[in-house]
Ligand binder design. Sequence first.
Ligand code: KIV
Ligand code: ZN
Length: 394
Amino acid sequence: MSASQVFIFDTTLRDGEQVPGCKLNTGEKVELALKLEELGVDIIEAGFPISSPGDFESVEQIAKVIKNAVVCGLSRAVQKDIEVAGQALKYAKRPRIHTGIGTSDSHIVSKFNSNREDILARAIQCVKWARNYTDNVEFYAEDAGRTDNDYLARVIEAVIKAGATTVNIPDTTGYCLPYQYAEKIAYLVNNVPNIDKAIISCHCHNDLGVATANSIAGVIAGARQIECTINGLGERAGNTSLEEVSMIIKQHKDLNFYTNIQSKLLNPMSRLVAETMRMPVQPNKAIVGGNAFSHSSGIHQDGFLKDAGTYETINPEDVGAEESKIILTARSGRSALAHRFQKLGFTFTRNDIDVLYQDFLKVADEKKEVKEEDLNLLAHHYKEYNKGISEMVL
Ligand code: KIV
Ligand code: ZN
């Protein structure tokens, strides 16, 4: 059976930009949108046009320059929002309006002071309004993660009937566990009679650290679009990370999915977003963190130096990262030390390394990391000392 495509919907410029301190101006947004297109993103959520004149302008400018990707604008289930989103997307070659409303009882009661029937009617209405501007309409059932499945299925059936072509099932609060989120998607696949007329989308937040796992579980259960951000940026603890889901799909051929993401561009894209949004990436972040391809414990280093595959399942080159690093700390072993000396142009025998290793450990216990300059000193001292000994013997 041929592999199925999973569409990548990037929301770095919308959900990602909501992060305090990450606000972008129009020029920065346009630059990132062009790079996202180059990366292979299928749908770019460019912003929330009614939220500010600046964001309207950003969406409009992005719509003008993007050639292949779908450009999407967010709106609430409010006629004016949808009208403004439609205007901002006027120049897009492939516009999409993303509209929706909260469907959990918590949202229905506490946020809208309403009831399920009224929310159902508003959901249908917003999709119909959006269809006046484009036939590419995505509906989001906000807080779907905590929405009763039976009611969610009714809403989804109704919005597809009203013209939604993608149905977004957000785990807005990042509450679901992977098996629960998968069950929710499977429930919709099995209980919404017209589900074959729309693509199901996963939009997962990372409050419990399982956004990536939930998105993959959702796709296995039948979803075919993942909403994600570069570096996992997004509200609170963030969204599903684009680099993680795209690499899971690439590495796990057993899943039988593919995406259009050009994986070699992942690290350059991550760095560009981190710099432009002034939001550094944590060193232990999968795929794009500074330590993602660093080995520092002796056991790992020894295995890695014999065969990289013992401790790495991703080739750093495949994700545009620098070559793997052997970091020297007090937990490192002799093979790593010999390897680093060799890289500096020193060749030592096994016996030399045994002696040098004791000196190395003294330095390593003092420092967090033993650097090139420390190795040079160790090697020179050792050579000087040995020269002295051989001169004495002669
Ligand atoms: O998390 C969420 O529910 C959202 C929607 C607006 C799609 O970001
Ligand atoms: Zn969100």
